[in-house]
Ligand binder design. Structure first.
Ligand SMILES: Nc1ncnc2c1ncn2[C@@H]1O[C@H](COP(=O)(O)OP(=O)(O)OP(=O)(O)O)[C@@H](O)[C@H]1O
Ligand SMILES: [Mg+2]
Length: 311
């Protein structure tokens, strides 16, 4: 079932086209990833969905209502985790959660129980009474997420929630996202870390320069945009004739020698490795090592834009 439909939304800041006619849908119960480099328009896109800024054009439907005109329809069901940490450093973690809880009209025992539950989820229970200014970057990030969970949102939108934190907190946040999703929460997850998006997301929109340049599951994206593999071989007793035979295999695109490495570029094919190994065995060639470059979204992005995803 479709929960959200974004239809050709655009946003321009003076001369900068931050977002240009972006369309996508979010299904109920999925984790949708928005992957893109700095300045791709990720934050602008989700700020429009979160009704913090109004698109210049286009519609955003949440449960069949255009929330550009009726923002209230989404506000109560939405948890928004901003890219910039929005906490009061002089207050404790608990007081911060109380503040946000009251903003969502929670009070008394309901608020207390909710804070208990959330501090368990985000793993800051022991530090709840300490001032936020004494927290590590990772703990602040986790509390930032906690603040967006107080009202049991149906949809949570996270804007790069793991930037600049330690690996442990990062893992904790990724696990939290998966747990929340298992409990039925729909998630939009923004990141420029392809590993995170690959790990978490059932579907991925790749963004660049204000546009969505590709959309699909990781597997679909790889099959569509990066169907070739580099296989690096170290061989002994081989001849040019053997290399010619490898080249003649149906799925092989090219064979190059780089110092002591033979680099075979080939299309993805389930018999690829077997054919190469059989051929080498039949010709009495010894295989010292075989290294395969795994396909990933980094190479998909490179194929699409000619640039690397990393800063
Ligand atoms: N308030 C603003 N005023 C002017 N330009 C803006 C504003 N907000 C964003 N932009 C510009 O719009 C473009 C998209 O920015 P946005 O913050 O949406 O990208 P992003 O994908 O979230 O990047 P990052 O990964 O760095 O957070 C950028 O060129 C940015 O400089
Ligand atoms: Mg951003």
């Amino acid at each position: 079932m479709e929960l959200l439909r974004v239809n050709k939304i655009s946003k321009q800041y003076k001369k900068i086209k931050a977002v240009e006619e972006i369309s996508f849908t979010v299904k109920k119960g999925e984790i949708l990833g928005l992957l893109g480099p700095n300045g791709a328009g990720k934050s602008t896109t989700i700020s429009m969905i979160s009704t913090l800024i109004r698109p210049d054009a286009g519609e955003i439907y949440y449960a069949d209502t255009n929330i550009v005109d009726k923002p209230k329809v989404i506000q109560e069901s939405l948890g928004y985790v901003p890219q910039e940490i929005a906490l009061y450093p002089m207050l404790s973690g608990k007081e911060n959660l109380e503040f946000w809880g009251r903003a969502y009209k929670l009070k008394g025992k309901a608020l207390k129980d909710k804070i208990e539950e959330i501090s368990e989820i985000i793993g800051i229970k022991e530090r709840l009474k300490d001032k936020v200014k004494t927290y590590s970057g990772g703990m602040k990030r986790r509390l930032n997420i906690g603040a967006a969970l107080l009202h049991d949102p149906e949809l949570i939108i996270m804007d790069e929630p793991t930037v600049g934190i330690d690996p442990q907190s990062r893992k904790h946040i990724l696990d939290t996202v998966i747990e929340l999703n298992k409990k039925g929460m729909t998630v939009i997850y923004t990141s420029h870390y392809m590993e995170e998006v690959e790990y978490l997301c059932s579907r991925i929109c790749i963004m660049d320069q204000g546009k969505i340049i590709a959309e699909g599951t990781k597997q679909e994206l790889i099959e569509r945009f990066d169907s070739s593999r580099d296989i690096k071989l170290k061989l002994e007793n081989y001849t040019d004739a053997v290399l010619e035979k490898i080249k003649a295999l149906e799925c092989v695109i090219s064979v190059d020698t780089k110092e002591d490495l033979i680099v075979v570029k080939a299309k993805q094919d389930k018999n690829l490795f077997k054919s190469i190994i059989d051929l080498l065995n039949d010709n009495g060639v010894d295989i010292h090592s075989m290294d395969i470059d795994e396909a990933n979204l980094e190479t998909v992005f490179l194929q699409l834009t000619g640039r690397v995803l990393r800063d």
